[in-house]
Write a protein that binds this ligand. Structure first.
Ligand code: SF4
Length: 289
């Protein structure tokens, strides 16, 4: 009762909006219980803080969006309380309406050819409901008001990948694709996650893993180099007579902490093939294996 009394006396209300219509200046709030409508109707002044991605061009564009949102969110055919404000009406509702359009990184997201699709999100939460990672971690793990798969692609784009939590979010996924299947506006969340992982790696700069991958790329980029390396490995294996180390040294030891380093075979596959096959690929001993 005490809280309701406070609400009834409030002079100013601050609200978000699910959509804003450029054609008419209409603000749209979609909610389940009607509390938002009560709060936004009684005060004299309404301040609506709206992300710029919520702006749709025409009033008619609301039709498909208001159909999609409740069906994808709560499975309802129609949303219970959909409130729309278009300017002010003397004697009815707030008499002073201010709209604050928030960019806060959104134009930066819009400029990204892969990541921009995240701005299509209508916050239905269908991707959250099907995500096996979100199901186990809960929303707080995402460190933002945007949790779940959409949070994992939106937060690192809006805030950058500089912090520990934002750099980890693109990895908070098994890339199973359940979010993409559930999304009513077809945001390819796994595609954006993989793209963001690239950005995280690039932001980190040179690392032991990066240097290792570069060296492997150089090695695998030439059949001659690969053949030489394989022969060197088999030679080392033969000379060591079974005393090859089972653990890698230094920063590479992390890889062998849980695995044995396989001993090189006494002969490379290529050498075995050349020794046992003719130039046309048939076995010299006549067998088919
Ligand atoms: S990304 Fe798609 S499924 Fe997830 S909340 Fe946004 S619109 Fe809904």
């Amino acid at each position: 009762m005490h809280l309701r009394e406070k609400f009834l006396r409030a002079k100013v209300a601050v609200s978000g909006a699910n959509f804003a219509v450029a054609e008419t200046g209409t603000l749209v709030v979609v909610e389940s219980e009607g509390n938002g409508r009560m709060c936004l109707t009684l005060p004299e002044t309404l301040i609506s803080v709206v992300g710029i991605e919520k702006v749709v061009p025409r009033f008619a564009d609301l039709g498909p969006l208001l159909t999609l949102l409740p069906r994808s969110s709560t499975g309802e055919r129609m949303n219970p309380y959909t409130s729309m404000w278009t300017g002010v009406t003397p004697g009815d509702g707030p008499q002073d309406v201010h709209v604050v359009l928030v960019d806060n990184g959104r134009t930066h997201v819009l400029a990204d050819p892969v990541g921009r699709q995240a701005l299509r999100c209508i916050r239905c939460s269908a991707c959250l409901n099907v995500c096996p990672v979100y199901e186990r971690t809960g929303g707080h793990a995402y460190g933002s008001v945007y949790p779940g798969p959409i949070g994992a692609i939106l937060n690192p784009q809006l805030r950058g990948v500089g912090s520990e939590v934002d750099a980890s979010l693109p990895y908070a996924s098994s890339l199973c694709g359940a979010c993409f299947e559930a999304c009513p506006v077809r945001i390819d969340i796994p595609e954006v996650l993989v793209d963001l992982r690239t950005k995280v790696v690039e932001a980190k700069g040179a690392s032991a893993e990066g240097v290792g991958m570069g060296a492997m790329g150089w090695l695998f980029g030439s059949a001659g180099r690969l053949g030489l390396a394989q022969r060197a490995a088999t030679l080392a294996g033969r000379l060591s007579r079974g005393r090859m180390p089972r653990n890698l040294p230094g920063p590479l030891s992390g890889w062998t902490n849980a695995r044995d380093l396989p001993a090189p075979p006494p002969e490379t596959f290529r050498d075995w093939w050349m020794r046992t096959h003719d130039a046309d690929g048939t076995r010299r001993d006549g067998s088919d294996r």
